[in-house]
Design a protein around this ligand. Structure first.
Ligand code: SF4
Length: 265
């Protein structure tokens, strides 16, 4: 419930829906978690706040709808504006078989009860290498529900991708999925900048990232953010100074203006 805006650990206790204060949303964000029983993600980012866990919780659309309505009505009764209803949770939402139906159900509840809220899907891009999943997101982003897609692009080189996302999916495949999606629908690019095992992104990495991102179509905004919360199970990721984030932001601004570039420290 809103009275005790929860931290992200509630997701690991089996919650399907959880209210959080989101710095990137700028207020109350209601999260939808399609993976209440365990983390399911083809990426293994060292800065990830979700560490491997397991419980017996199950996902159901009906339960999700029930929990979402309760939290939306609670926020309304307290006059707390809802900035967004956001699919993120314990992994990559687009690879859940429940994703299309859950997205439809959340949009319906938003339209009925919280029209001011955006629907946001945060994706690593791992789901976009599958054309059927990519199509679902394209339709959601370009259709009447105007779903906002926040797309992770942490790396511009294979080398840094291996460090920052640690995925078995080839970097070239992820880039191809991202390019294809952005050719068909709008997206907000999200990039985490941090040190990993005391290594920071190199000059060549920064240059390649600028080239990759500035070459994408239909970018609505860029969010560059730093690590601010601990990842206790994997403490090899460390924050970098604000000046490092701002230097990267300045670089992409010059290439992509007038697209807005935001820094979250
Ligand atoms: S893509 Fe997101 S959920 Fe997956 S490991 Fe990275 S930060 Fe964690």
């Amino acid at each position: 419930m809103i009275g005790s805006i929860e931290n992200h650990r509630s997701r690991e206790a089996g919650s399907l829906v959880y209210p959080v204060y989101s710095r990137r949303s700028g207020g109350l964000s209601i999260g939808i978690n399609l993976f209440p029983a365990e983390k399911v993600c083809p990426f293994n980012c060292p800065y990830c706040e979700v560490f491997p866990f397991h419980n017996d919780a199950g996902f159901s659309i009906k339960e999700m709808e029930k929990e979402l309505v309760v939290i939306v009505e609670d926020a309304k009764s307290r006059n707390i504006p809802i900035r967004d209803i956001c699919f993120s949770g314990n992994g990559e939402p687009t690879i859940s078989p429940d994703f299309p139906d859950a997205l439809g159900a959340a949009a319906w509840i938003r339209n009925e009860k919280a029209y001011e809220a955006s629907i946001v899907v945060i994706t690593s891009g791992a789901g976009l290498i599958d054309s059927a999943r990519s199509d679902v997101l394209v339709q959601a982003a370009t259709g009447p529900d105007s779903v906002h897609v926040w797309l992770k692009v942490d790396a511009g080189t294979e080398e840094w991708y291996r460090v920052i996302n640690r995925s078995a999916i080839p970097f070239a495949d992820v880039c191809a999925g991202i390019r294809d999606f952005c050719a068909r629908a709008p997206a907000v690019v999200q990039t985490m900048l941090c040190a990993v095992d005391a290594q920071i992104p190199s000059e060549q990495e920064s240059e390649s990232w600028v080239k990759l991102v500035s070459g994408l179509d239909h970018i609505e905004a860029i969010q560059i953010y730093g690590k601010c919360r601990p990842a206790p199970e994997d403490p090899c990721a460390e924050p970098v100074p604000l000046s490092f984030l701002e230097a990267r932001a300045e670089r992409i601004r010059k290439q992509i203006a007038p697209v807005p570039v935001f820094v979250f420290f």
